[in-house]
Design a protein around this ligand. Structure first.
Ligand code: BV8
Ligand code: ZN
Length: 277
């Protein structure tokens, strides 16, 4: 919240919004990195914030291969709870602003997300459908689909073979027998997400780093910038002479080096940056 009443009246913030818009307007290519903070206003808990997901659990307990081997039921209980929670969440104005930006610049704006909640895909379809209704023409949502560098929580993956598919329904984690098994090889299924100590999908990671390298501007939204290699996206853009714009509720390790650092809600600041383009 700015010092004055309401958001958007603080002159420093107003200028920074204008600066951010100027950087994006003049950019040939934009890369966006989002984290859990962009989904906070949709009701998806963040990882490290006050009401963060990690508050009741610790990463080592749950988001690691060792945790899954040690206690697959506990891990499935946590992911089942998160899946059910995310199923009730919708994209917010920040997701939609990024989808609009990407649809306005097909092939020149790449969204890289650390989130596994799928809300960028939903926003892309919503904005594209809205544009189709307004213009009567076909609008593909594809340009606004993100690179999901940490996977997707709604998909299952086999812990042994290459089987991957959308999860058919809720997981019964009350007993080992209730845990989902692979229809191909019978091994235990797991959520199709990247755990700590696991390598990211090389193709997705390469595409993200290529986009970061080619970008003139990296817009970083709602991440504590602590988890690597995803957190190196803005560093790659900056190393190539590009500008970094950060939109976050609180300062992060990125804030000091960012060209523009905007402290505030993504759901407020992103639509304002888009309006100022
Ligand atoms: C890898 C998917 C190598 C699962 C996640 C020791 C052992 C092993 C590895 C390491 C190690 N030490 C370091 C590492 C590397 C490790 C790492 O970076 N650790 C960190 C903690 C130091 N990285 C890895 O392990 C990666 N793999 O290195 O593999 C390798 C190579 C080859 C072969 C084998 C191995 C894998 C990392 C991926 C882990 N998976 N998620 C799941 O979701 O369950 S990470 C998890 O953190 C989420 O994906 C999340 O997105 C990500 C980052 O967190 P944030 O998104 O930033 O969320 P956070 O809550 O932290 O911050 C939110 C921010 O938003 C806050 O700043 C808040 O102020 C702000 N905010 C809140 N509300 C709003 C807002 N901003 C704006 N508006 C609002 N309304
Ligand atoms: Zn299998």
């Amino acid at each position: 919240m700015s010092e004055q009443d309401g958001e958007g009246t603080d002159p420093v913030e107003v200028r920074r919004v204008a600066d951010a818009a100027a950087h994006i307007r003049d950019a040939e290519r934009v890369v966006v990195l989002t984290g859990a903070g962009i989904s906070a206003e949709s009701g998806v808990p963040t990882f490290r914030g006050t009401a963060g997901l990690w508050k009741s659990f610790r990463p080592e307990e749950l988001a690691t291969p060792a945790a899954f081997v040690r206690d697959p039921r506990l891990v499935w209980e946590w992911y089942g709870w998160r899946r059910a929670l995310i199923a009730e969440c919708s994209p917010n104005a920040a997701h939609r602003a990024l989808a609009s930006l990407a649809l306005d610049r097909p092939g020149r704006c790449t969204i890289v997300t650390q989130n596994v909640d799928g809300l960028h895909h939903v926003a892309a379809r919503e904005v594209a459908t809205g544009r189709e209704a307004a213009t009567g023409g076909d609008v593909s949502p594809e340009p606004a689909f993100p690179l999901e560098v940490h996977g997707a929580i709604h998909r299952d993956r086999c812990s042994d073979c290459a089987f991957v598919d959308d999860a058919p329904g809720p997981v019964d984690a009350t007993s080992d027998l209730g845990l989902p098994s692979c229809p191909r090889c019978g091994a235990l299924l797991r959520p199709d997400v990247v755990w700590f100590g696991e390598a990211l999908d090389p193709n997705t990671l390469e595409a993200a780093m290529d986009a970061a390298h080619e970008a003139d501007v990296c817009l970083v939204v709602g991440t504590s910038a602590l988890v690597y290699p995803a957190a190196s996206v803005p560093t790659v853009t900056a190393a190539g002479g590009g500008a970094v714009i950060e939109v976050n509720l609180e300062p992060t390790p990125l804030s000091r080096s960012a060209n523009v650092s905007l402290l505030g809600r993504a759901g407020d600041l992103l639509p304002r940056i888009l309006e100022a383009l």
